[in-house]
Write a protein that binds this ligand. Structure first.
Ligand SMILES: Nc1ncnc2c1ncn2[C@@H]1O[C@H](COP(=O)(O)OP(=O)(O)OP(=O)(O)O)[C@@H](O)[C@H]1O
Length: 613
């Protein structure tokens, strides 16, 4: 058994709400739908009354027929039964209809809230939660929330039916009622036992399905690497194991679900047999009528159904509550980036100053221990350093994606924490290392920065980069579809689109995380031209990986372990023979147009080389 369930342990979900809090919260969502909720409640009561009326009418009808024996009475009874049946059907249909409307409206609102909450979250949130989990919180978790509400309405209706039948039976004959309910503890014991087993089985089958999903997702995302390393067979074997596990889990769940009902039916039939025997004896000695006898036989048969359905749906109810909890956790996630005010940022000069900045993403590692740095308005600063030195982190702090723990970050001598972030970010242009393009055309993607820009403006921007030569390589120029995430374009073309996008935005501060991927010399030249345009007249932070970009900077800052170890321009730093010269020898030397293998090393102080060795 053990190995079948491997990897299906509980996830580390953040359960922080009690059931009561959750139900209160769910009820809160239904408050604006009070009219519908009241209508559904009335319909639930009416349907339950009609369902109870049916056996009562038959019972009374039997007794009347025994004494009256007239055809007219039989017709009347039939008509009444027909009316009660039709009414029950009608009430049920309306109840389901209105429930679906109310639940649909609430899920609509909940999804809107969840989506908005995600848009509001700062970047640390996305580090913590995988995209798969976030997607499932918005889609399947809100769906499960809907299931829970629909189930609750159904269960309430069943419960009401149960109470009504019990009350009527007791009014008719309490001794026989006691016999009827004697079977209930047995049914409840089986149902409760099943509740536990069903919950475990449902959780396992959900987890095994999630494993299948995530395996397929991972394989498809990494298909290029898999094919490159010829791992298809290994991947298939891995999938096969996971799929077989899901099969075993599903079979167990199916056997459990399908096995419990025959047991419950057998027990319920035992109850009916007892009622038939004792009730029949009572009819023979005239202590109850034949109609009452029928009512008991019928009543016992309908009693077990509400109990079993409450028990069997309990696990789904719990899972639905857990899903609602995950949605609410998403809505309530505390922001890590705290703004002390929301002051307008109508215009900026672009001066950036870090004062004794202390920053870490989490408690595992300090990324910037104590950074002090002033970038003047209009200055182009290139950050260089080994991987993990903290270059991107500085840029992310300027974009206010993360909260810092100590020191100050001033933009135009104003505390960044006092800014209206939406306005501030409008003045900030970011070109990420791997440019992300949304599906649509090249034109749509450039326009993304300023949706109101006219076609002529977009075209003018595209023409500015490399005289528009890059557009000729695109099959339909600006109208070329970029495909999912821009996969239909080459990496260099994607970078050019990303540059065009930021040029159109015309930000005061530019952050460019330069791509490490190499592009052909022509594209490189076009990108360089685009960059020249971008750098002109604005503050720029370049996380530079290309020698040509680094040389364009007014100042180069060399980072090591989150500290500034050197700064100056290219020539000055080369002469120093320190960290920059060492980086040059390691990364940039071969990018020089005069590069010859084995040549072009610059002199580096022995202490630096020894330090890095
Ligand atoms: N989102 C994150 N959560 C936790 N730690 C992070 C996160 N991003 C970066 N780090 C850590 O912070 C340190 C600095 O990373 P950063 O990305 O700033 O380096 P970098 O100099 O830009 O490197 P590269 O040139 O490879 O992009 C690294 O040790 C990295 O592991």
């Amino acid at each position: 058994m053990g190995f079948i369930m491997d990897g299906l342990d509980a996830e580390d979900y953040d359960r922080t709400y009690s059931d009561g809090q959750l139900i209160k919260r769910i009820a809160g969502y239904f408050k604006p739908k009070m009219g519908l909720v009241v209508t559904v409640s009335i319909l639930v009561v009416l349907k339950s009354i009609m369902d109870t009326a049916f056996p009562v009418l038959v019972s009374n009808g039997l007794d009347t027929l025994v004494s009256d024996k007239g055809l007219q009475t039989a017709i009347w009874i039939t008509l009444l039964l027909l009316v009660s049946g039709v009414l029950s059907w009608g009430f049920n249909m309306l109840r389901q209809w209105f429930t679906a409307i109310a639940v649909g409206d609430v899920v609509l609102q909940l999804r809107k809230d969840a989506f908005n909450a995600i848009m509001e979250r700062d970047m640390s949130f996305f580090d913590e939660f995988s995209s798969g989990k976030i997607v499932s919180r918005i889609t399947s978790d809100t769906d499960k929330f809907a299931t829970v509400v629909t189930l609750t309405v159904n269960l309430l209706s069943q419960f009401l039916l149960f109470v009504l039948i019990i009350v009527i039976l007791f009014f008719r004959n309490w001794q026989l009622s006691l016999i009827a309910i004697a079977i209930l503890p047995v049914i409840m014991a089986i149902a409760l036992g099943f509740r536990y087993l069903a919950r475990t089985a449902t959780q396992r089958s959900q987890r095994s399905l999630a494993r299948v999903n995530s395996n397929v997702q991972e394989v498809i995302s990494g298909i290029t690497v898999a094919k490159n390393f010829r791992q298809e067979q290994n991947m298939y074997n891995e999938f096969k194991g996971i799929n077989v596990q899901a099969y075993h889990v599903e079979v167990r769940t199916g056997v459990l679900y399908n096995g419990v009902f025959p047991i419950l039916v057998a027990v319920a039939n035992l109850g009916s047999t007892m009622i038939i025997y004792f009730g029949g004896n009572n009819v023979l000695n005239h202590s109850i009528s034949a109609g009452d006898w029928f009512l008991f036989v019928q009543g016992v048969a309908s009693l077990w159904f509400p109990i079993t359905s409450i028990a069997s749906f309990w696990s789904q109810f719990q899972l639905g509550l857990a899903a609602s909890e995950r949605v609410f956790a998403l809505l309530d996630a505390e922001p890590r980036v705290h703004q002390s005010a929301s002051e307008p940022v109508s215009s900026l000069k672009g001066e950036i100053e870090f004062q004794h900045m202390h920053f870490s993403y989490d408690d595992r590692q300090t990324v910037l221990p104590d950074l002090s740095l002033k970038i003047h308005a209009g200055e182009t600063v290139a950050f260089v350093g080994h991987t993990g030195a903290g270059k991107s982190s500085i840029a992310k702090l300027v974009a206010r994606f993360y909260e810092y723990q100590g020191g100050e970050l001033l933009i135009d001598k104003r505390d960044i924490r006092t800014f209206d972030l939406a306005e501030y970010r409008r003045r900030l242009g970011i070109v990420p290392q791997v440019p992300f393009l949304f599906s649509g055309t090249v034109r749509d993607n450039i326009r993304y920065a300023r949706p109101e820009a006219s076609d002529a403006e977009v075209e003018a921007i595209a023409q500015q980069i490399g005289n528009g030569d890059w557009l000729e390589a695109l099959p339909e120029g600006l109208n070329t579809e970029v495909g999912e995430e821009g996969k239909a374009l080459s990496m260099g073309q994607r970078q050019l689109v990303a540059l065009g996008r930021v040029l159109l935005q015309d930000p005061t501060i530019l952050i460019l995380d330069e791509a490490t991927a190499s592009v052909d010399p022509l594209t490189e030249a076009q990108i360089q031209e685009g960059l020249d345009l971008l750098l002109h007249d604005r503050t720029a932070i370049l996380i530079a990986h290309r020698l040509s970009t680094i040389k364009q900077a007014d100042r180069i800052i060399v980072l090591d372990g989150g500290r500034i170890v050197e700064e100056g321009n290219h020539e000055h730093l080369m002469l120093q023979g320190g960290h920059y010269a060492h980086l040059y020898n390691t990364y940039f030397r071969h990018q020089s147009p005069d590069y010859r293998p084995g040549e072009g090393f610059v002199a580096v102080r022995p202490s630096i080389v020894a330090d890095k060795a």
